[in-house]
Design a protein around this ligand. Structure first.
Ligand code: SF4
Length: 441
């Protein structure tokens, strides 16, 4: 049957793309949201019980439909169609969200709707309309513009993490992008990365005049500023001739691998270098026999999947197509469902350490519950960030883990702060530190 010409089936096709610059691209997604709450509940088939079944930190904390993706889609749809004017509460609702992607992958178990991109696009609209971002985000943007880091720390101190025994090469295939957190607040992570690479005899260089990756700028909808930084940083790396950009920060990893290409409308492959997280690199080194985890670490350990290293980390491919009958799109759109994140590598590394008893939390991999720190949340909504960390720590305690390991400085800091505030007996470590403690020096 010729569906195109048969009047019973023919519907005009509308052009659309995945460009978050234009909220109209996501009107279909926001308007077809059926409120089944797949965005809020982790499928019962994956869960041993009802205790840890929710996936959205915002809905969990505020306990009101507007804060969940189901409410945000309704609000966003009304904004996109001009049926709602911005007000203070609406701005707060749009930003009181960790953009963790849990709703997106939950929704995509049933429907092919782009919830995560709709949420990003809403923030872009908020900035364009002059109501966003939140004051704390504006301060970070100022810090980045003035000091090239999110903390307003002196730029000339960026390399202060380098101790006498760490000697980056002038030129190497691997470029270690340290990031703001490991440069200033989590030097232990940068130092561990350097020691691991030294132990595996992997030469690395640093980015000449490293600046912030711009994660917060992008996440809060300041696309022009984020794009300028993306172009600047990519050009710098290309000029070095590095084949691999290595990072130990999950947020930075997502920026380089997914959101820089998204901002520049190119695919991840077109960057000209490979973006690799420390866990991918170390997993390969162990399997190739270049790194041996020999020192025992006797602990009951659990691993927290940082959102940006897991469900949010699938490569980006720009898309332009047409939507027609029953919402079907042409050409075929390969949806990013979060199942191809970096899941096996960190677990294989931890299992290779003698003495480690690795236990899983009920919510893991693409169903993991966000720590609450990322994408501008901790700075603008510290209560939400703290709530999310404490909620996740309940899960850690429930499985009796003594050590909580993550692969992102932002997760580590948020968890560690919540552990200290509640005087919990949980050791919080970054995976770089754990690896470093176990390798022969
Ligand atoms: S991105 Fe995360 S916090 Fe935001 S609505 Fe979705 S699940 Fe909730």
């Amino acid at each position: 049957m010729d569906y195109e010409s048969d009047v019973r089936y023919y519907k005009p096709r509308t052009e659309f793309s995945l460009d978050i610059n234009d909220i109209q691209n996501f009107v279909y997604d926001m308007s077809r949201y059926i409120k089944c709450k797949g965005c809020n509940w982790v499928d019962h088939t994956y869960m041993p019980g009802a205790k840890f079944m929710t996936r959205c930190p915002s809905a969990e904390k505020y306990q009101f439909d507007s804060y969940g993706a189901y409410g945000k889609m309704r609000i966003g749809h009304a904004f996109a169609e001009g049926r709602l004017e911005w007000n203070e509460k609406a701005v707060e609702i749009i930003y009181a969200c960790t953009l963790c992607g849990a709703c997106d992958v939950g929704c995509k178990r049933n429907l092919d709707l782009e919830i995560g991109l709709s949420l990003e696009s809403l923030r872009v609209k908020a900035v364009k309309d002059g109501v966003g971002p939140m004051p704390a985000h504006k301060k970070i943007a100022e810090n980045i513009a003035k000091h090239h880091n999110m903390y307003a720390a002196p730029h000339d101190k960026r390399k202060d993490w380098i101790t006498a025994d760490i000697k980056p090469a002038q030129k190497a295939d691997v470029l270690y992008f340290v990031g703001c957190a490991a440069s200033y607040t989590n030097k232990e992570i940068a130092q561990s990365v350097a020691k691991i690479l030294k132990a595996a005899k992997v030469d690395f260089m640093l980015m000449p005049d490293e600046h912030c990756c711009g994660n917060t700028l992008f996440s809060v909808g300041m696309l022009d500023e984020a794009r300028a930084l993306a172009q600047r940083n990519i050009d710098k790396v290309r000029k070095t001739g590095a084949k691999t950009l290595l990072t130990a920060c999950a947020e930075g990893y997502r920026m380089w691998k997914v959101d820089y290409p998204k901002l520049l409308n190119i695919s991840t492959d077109a960057l000209g270098f490979k973006v690799v997280h420390l866990t991918e690199c170390v997993d390969e080194l162990i399997k190739d026999g270049a790194l041996k985890m020999s020192k025992a670490f006797a602990t009951r350990m659990t691993y927290h999947d940082a959102c940006s290293l897991s469900r949010m980390s699938e490569p980006w491919t720009p898309y332009e197509g047409k939507r027609g009958w029953m919402g079907c799109v042409e050409p075929r759109l390969e949806r990013r469902r979060g199942s191809n994140g970096i899941y096996a590598q960190p677990r294989d590394i931890l299992k290779a350490i003698p003495g480690v008893n690795l236990v899983e939390m009920p919510r893991k991999q693409e169903n993991a519950f966000c720590c609450g720190a990322g994408r501008g949340t901790k700075e603008a909504f510290p209560d939400l960030a703290n709530f999310s960390a404490r909620h996740r720590l309940e899960e850690v305690k429930d499985i009796g883990a003594e050590t909580l390991v993550t692969a992102c400085p932002h997760c580590k800091n948020n968890f560690a702060q919540a552990v200290r505030a509640d005087s919990e007996q949980i050791q919080v470590m970054d995976i770089a530190e754990v690896i470093c403690a176990s390798i022969e020096s």
